[in-house]
Design a protein around this ligand. Structure first.
Ligand code: PEP
Ligand code: MG
Length: 916
């Protein structure tokens, strides 16, 4: 029954929704016309939308139809039943396909065969199910044998039975594979290709028997029953375990559902004038603008991806050294190749992005089976975005938005040190670049478990399958013995930005023994190895790595990002070296220099301990006098490294017991220097212990109770600043007070700091140094009373590490115990230590900024907690109007890009420059 809609004004009423898009269950495509378009991914899934788009573009696509994602939910809601209405619409679309192709589904002499494939809004490679050659039965196979040939027909039938039984009837694939192996052995054959029509026919009978035995029912012979069974199975596969896991890893909502694509089969395995392949319109590893791909002659699509046969290069440029003897598609089928080139160029222009395409050549005729935006390494993503902007295919704004800032991180990570001594024991395919060092594990569960425990692991498999996804995710890198550049391992690793060496035939893996043999070496589970996904090299032991040089397209993209962003990006750096690295990555200042790290250096710790344990002021002053020149030296170097950029230096923060000795001889040494005995020092150490080390006598409270410590630090900062300024280098020191909760703390310390600054400046007449004084906001109370605190602060910096701990009453180390449960059950979307959440820490930041600026409109506000390098949090910071974020040196480019995207998303970016 239809529900009545509220009446609308007549003028706005539209004609009844007959055939209206929203109401459709099934979308037809074929012969240059499709019901759908590329913009309809929500309803048609990525694959279906692109099949429709290609059809509309006049690209040769086998006709078919897409069942909408809405039907996936209907199916689940109806308890796994396909509605009569859907069946009716699907049959009508099938009839159109029959008419176009001139073949009939289920017809004994001229049978139409179809493929049934899943297709969600986002690509989920290999996660859901596919069935090929549907429509074959004991009658139609004869028709196919007569029109094509017997060998091909029975081979297709046995593939269909196996796929269907696996996907729809839950008969494990291995049962079929062992029958095939037994048959080959009985016939004395090694390869599938050596089997003839009679062999395949016999296998078909065996398979049909097997299905009967395993399920208690005969294999469905009615093609329509097969079709409904397959469609239902694809819908159900949306909720299979690996799909659910993949969704979770990739933030894909359960509510999307999958579409089902039913499409006329075309065959790449009808003979030597047939082929099937996959290609990328640009190199997915490097981003190079060259057509790149692999194909197999006389094969079906699954053979290329499964990595069972070694694919051939599509053209000379795609040829690797190990493929030197293999002919290319360009050489073997020149006219189909020319057509493919024409089509790929058109598709790339149309989609304005690098495409990942699948094609089949049936008896010399080219058919396109899929196009989608291709997965790529970050390196390739950056190059392709910049190149396409230069080619004027996209704008610079679009180029900046094309690269995922989270992925950028991988680009900035180390590769193998070229000078390192390495023992290369084997070589596979350079499937996904970067280098990885880790201990060998042979299965995905173990990889996940060990990585969780903090171990770096390399997942080594004969080949990977979608069941291994979680292990691949957890591993540093992936090494496989079998498979090509488009094998599962290679494709998935590239998508994850993970280093992968694939198809390394020299390794012999023995899962049962938990070891592998590589050219005479035995490598056991747990042994360290190194792999280089850029060269394909496999090395024994751990090889040192280095930071990559970043130039070319990367700096170009960053330059564009800098033009668009409003948020400034600083770094957290405690040493001149960190400061230098961060500046190379584009840091515009230091947002947090933690001074305590300087105290831990071996030649200083004794003086620090003397200072803390001193029983009276003169003794403390003596120790502080030793520390002063050391601190001044640190700051001088940092100011020099930053060449006039702002440097925020935080006064001492951690509870003092962190610096104290535990060993007897250390305690005796301190006692001797202080002219006291070990027992007294021990008593003092005990008195300084914090019950909860995260709280208590730390931060600005140290400055209140030991003002001379902060005074020494301020003196060191200002003296260093004067020294550098006198040498002609500009300095912008910003002195920051940690852990303020009460305005009284800051007002008192501000006075102390100002007095000390005045004292130093009086000793350096005429030197132009103007330190500012600000505070961290890292205690919830401080955010709430920001209006008062801002009276004494020139700037705020949100210390979201402490703020998260205190907001959630949770330490970072303890979070793992229940956070994943919280995330899975939907209580928390993200880990609050990684991304700022709007309601928790985010709400406090909002209050802090708004209230602080009520007092001081020009209050400079930044963030220096770990969140400053997390793209989602950076975007939040842009939205609440922060002036800058500060993060670790390696994350500076990540933050720059995220800040640019935030500005572009807000539509605030100017100027709008077209790609050049
Ligand atoms: C913070 O709390 O966010 C912060 C930057 O300080 P620390 O991590 O040193 O406590
Ligand atoms: Mg802190």
């Amino acid at each position: 029954m239809k529900t009545r809609r509220p009446a609308k004004p007549a003028a706005k009423a539209r004609p009844a929704a007959r055939g209206s898009r929203a109401a459709r269950r099934v979308y037809f495509f074929g012969a240059g016309k499709a019901d759908g378009t590329a913009g309809m991914k929500d309803l048609l899934g990525g694959k279906g939308a692109n099949l429709a788009e290609m059809t509309n573009l006049g690209v040769p696509v086998p006709p078919g139809f897409t069942i909408s994602t809405a039907e996936c939910h209907e199916y689940t809601k109806a308890g796994g039943r396909i509605s009569a209405a859907l069946k009716k619409d699907a049959l009508a679309a099938l009839a159109k396909v029959e008419k176009l192709i001139g073949m009939t589904f289920g017809n004994a002499s001229n049978p139409l065969l179809v493929s049934v494939r899943s297709g969600a809004r986002a690509s989920m490679p290999g996660m859901m199910d596919t069935i090929l050659n549907l429509g074959l039965n004991q009658k139609t196979v004869k028709g196919l044998a007569a029109s094509a040939d017997g060998r091909f027909a029975y081979d297709s039938f046995r593939r269909f039975i196996q796929m269907y039984a696996d996907v729809v009837l839950n008969v494990p694939r291995e049962r079929f594979e062992s029958r095939l192996e037994a048959l080959k052995e009985a016939r004395g054959k090694h390869l599938d290709t050596e089997l003839g029509a009679d062999d395949w026919e016999q296998l078909v009978h065996e398979y049909l028997d097997l299905v009967l035995k395993e399920t208690g029912k005969a294999f469905p012979q009615d093609p329509h029953e097969q079709l409904w069974g397959a469609i239902g199975a694809v819908f159900r596969s949306w909720n299979n375990e690996r799909a659910i896991r993949y969704r979770r890893l990739n933030d894909i909502p359960e509510s999307w559902g999958t579409a089902v694509n039913v499409q006329a089969m075309v065959f790449g395995n009808m003979g030597d004038d047939c082929a099937t392949g996959v290609a990328f319109t640009r190199d997915p590893s490097t981003g190079e603008n060259t057509f790149y791909g692999e194909y197999l002659k006389n094969a079906q699509g699954e053979d290329v991806v499964a990595g069972i046969r070694t694919p051939q290069p599509i053209n000379k440029r795609a040829r690797r050294k190990d493929q030197a003897h293999l002919p290319t598609l360009e050489e073997e089928m020149p006219s189909a190749y020319r057509e493919l080139v024409r089509i790929y160029k058109g598709l790339e222009k149309h989609y304005r992005d690098m495409q990942d395409i699948e094609f089949t050549i049936q008896r010399g005729k080219l058919w396109m089976l899929q196009t989608r935006n291709g997965k790529r390494t970050v390196r390739a993503a950056v190059k392709i975005a910049v190149d396409m902007a230069r080619e004027r295919l996209i704008t610079r704004e679009q180029a900046v938005q094309r690269v995922d800032p989270r992925a950028l991180d991988q680009l900035l990570h180390p590769t193998l040190d070229p000078r390192a001594v390495k023992k290369v024991v084997a070589r596979g395919l350079p499937a996904s670049p970067g280098a990885a060092v880790g201990n060998v594990v042979f299965n995905a569960d173990e990889a996940e478990a060990r990585a969780k425990a903090g171990e770096k692991v390399i997942l080594v498999r004969i080949e990977t399958s979608p069941e291994d996804i979680h292990g691949m995710h957890a591993a540093e890198g992936i090494l496989t013995a079998r498979g090509g550049m488009t094998s599962h391992a290679a494709v998935v690793a590239r998508g994850m930005g993970k280093c992968c060496v694939a198809g390394c035939g020299q390794i012999l893996i023995d899962y049962a023994k938990g070891e592998m043999r590589i050219e005479g070496h035995v490598v056991a589970a747990g042994d360290p190895i190194t792999i280089d996904g850029s060269t394909g090299e496999v090395m024994l032991g751990s090889v040192p790595t280095v930071t990559p040089e970043l130039g070319g397209e990367f700096s170009e993209l960053m330059k564009w990002a800098d033009q668009f962003r409003k948020l400034r990006v600083r770094t957290n750096a405690d040493t001149p070296n960190d400061a230098k690295i961060a500046r190379q990555f584009g840091a515009e200042g230091i947002g947090l220099c933690r001074t305590e790290h300087m105290f831990f250096e071996p030649n200083r710790i004794l003086a620090v301990r003397e200072m803390i344990l001193a029983s009276d002021l003169p003794k403390r002053r003596r120790a502080l006098d030793k520390l002063l020149p050391m601190q001044r030296g640190d700051f001088t170097e940092i100011f020099r490294a930053m060449e006039g950029l702002p440097v925020t230096i935080r006064l001492l923060d951690p509870p003092l017991h962190e610096f104290l000795p535990h060993e007897d001889d250390e305690i005796r040494e301190v006692a001797a220097n202080l002219g006291t005995n070990a027992a007294e020092v021990r008593a003092k150490i005990d008195s300084l212990k914090e019950f909860n080390p995260m709280l208590g006598h730390r931060g600005c409270r140290l400055g209140i109770t030991f003002p001379e410590i902060y005074a020494m630090q301020v003196r060191a900062i200002v003296e260093a600043a004067c020294e550098v300024a006198q040498s002609g280098v500009r300095v912008q020191p910003e002195i920051m007070v940690p852990l303020v909760a009460h305005v009284g703390e800051l007002s008192r310390l501000r006075k102390l700091i100002e007095d000390e600054i005045a004292g130093v400046l009086a000793e350096h007449k005429g030197v132009k140094v103007k330190p500012t004084i600000g505070t961290m906001i890292e205690v919830p109370r401080a955010a709430l009373v920001a209006e008062a605190i801002a009276r004494y602060a020139d700037f705020f910096s949100f210390g979201t590490n402490d703020l998260t701990q205190m907001t959630y009453a949770l330490s970072r180390d303890d979070a793992g115990k229940f956070l994943s449960y919280y995330q899975e059950s939907g209580i928390l979307e993200d880990d609050p230590f990684v991304s700022i959440d709007e309601e928790g820490v985010g709400a406090l930041i909002r209050i802090g900024v708004e209230n602080g600026r009520k007092t001081r409109r020009d209050l400079k506000v930044g963030i220096c907690g770990e969140h400053g390098g997390d793209p989602k949090s950076v975007k939040f910071c842009a939205r609440v109007g922060l002036d800058y974020v500060s993060c670790s040196p390696y994350r500076v480019p990540v933050a720059r890009l995220a800040a640019a995207q935030a500005a572009l998303e807000a539509g605030a970016a100017k100027p709008k420059v077209r790609g050049r």
